[in-house]
Design a protein. Structure first.
Length: 304
């Protein structure tokens, strides 16, 4: 994959947070009190294999610049999370999950570390004193406006005169958001809706083999051997977002690879067909929505 050309930042607000002044201030910085142990790091990552974050902290990451394809593997994620990292892509790894990330490309990430006892206390509060009732699932890929906003606020706090009380409030906000959507489900209930590693692998194989067709949920569910509801829910739990978005981002990746490999020799219509979009209008709409520029501008290197 050629990622020498990067998509534009998805929001002008990033510029203030990614200034040279902020970068110089934000190494691995502890800004919260011992209660939250909130830490933040602004980091550049390139073609490499990255090792696990600290096992004694929950790990949340937001991509703020660049483009990379990464294989992310950790215990609570079903299968291998092959994900396109671009501005706004998020990743969450629960404490204790061993992890490896093999990436191709260059990205800039905000890493946020949280104390597990903070999350455990919130779960206990929401489950009436039963913190073992649920466990936070890990996820990679997808977007979440609330998490994006909080990560930027945390980085801003680290780049200024950090206030531990303000940082603790930010830690509480992000932790509450992470646990809020899972605390109504017992582990046994949610586990029934997961895809097994083999089922997830079959789903990925089906998507890759049929990337140029608009297959329905029922078709891939039948191939995997589950009902449609479990297919939809299990796939989203595995990768962090739905099947349609996964297929779209995979098609965008294919179109980017073809644009790089063909070096102007293939028409946009040909690339649209080979990547599964069907026509130039569909290809262009996807690039505008997910990359921030039209396909023609992306291909010409006009990324702003």
């Amino acid at each position: 994959m050629d990622v020498t050309e990067k998509p534009r930042l998805s929001d002008r607000a990033f510029a203030a947070f990614l200034s040279a002044e902020t970068r110089s201030k934000v190494g691995l910085t502890t800004i919260g009190s011992d209660w939250s142990r909130l830490q933040v790091l602004l980091v550049e990552q390139g073609d490499d294999v990255f090792h696990a974050p600290p096992l004694d902290s929950h790990f949340l990451a937001l991509c703020v610049d660049g483009l990379a394809v990464a294989d992310v593997s950790f215990a609570s994620l079903i299968g291998c999370g092959r994900t396109i990292f671009q501005p706004d892509t998020i990743c969450f790894m629960p404490a204790g999950d061993a992890s490896d990330v093999a990436a191709e490309g260059r990205i800039q990430m905000i890493h946020v570390l949280l104390r597990p006892t903070l999350v455990r206390d919130l779960i206990a509060d929401k489950t009436r004193g039963d913190p073992d009732r649920v466990a936070l699932p890990g996820f990679v890929g997808g977007r979440n406006d609330f998490i994006r906003s909080i990560c930027l606020d945390i980085l801003k706090e680290a780049g200024g005169a950090a206030d531990a009380l303000a940082a603790d409030r930010l830690a509480l906000k992000v932790a509450s958001h992470l646990v809020g959507h899972v605390c109504d489900l017992a582990p046994a209930d949610s586990a029934k809706r997961d895809l097994t590693p083999m089922q997830f692998s079959r789903a990925i194989d089906y998507i890759e083999a049929n990337i140029t067709t608009d297959f329905g949920l029922g078709e891939i569910a039948a191939y995997v051997g589950v009902d449609a509801d479990r297919m939809a829910e299990g796939f989203e739990r595995a990768v962090g977002y739905g099947l349609d978005l996964f297929r779209t981002e995979r098609r965008i990746s294919i179109a980017q690879d073809l644009a790089s490999a063909c070096l102007g020799k293939a028409s946009s219509q040909d690339i649209a067909v080979r990547s599964g979009f069907g026509d130039v209008s569909g290809l262009d709409a996807a690039f505008r929505a997910h990359v921030g520029v039209s396909f023609e501008n992306y291909r010409a290197g006009r990324l702003i």
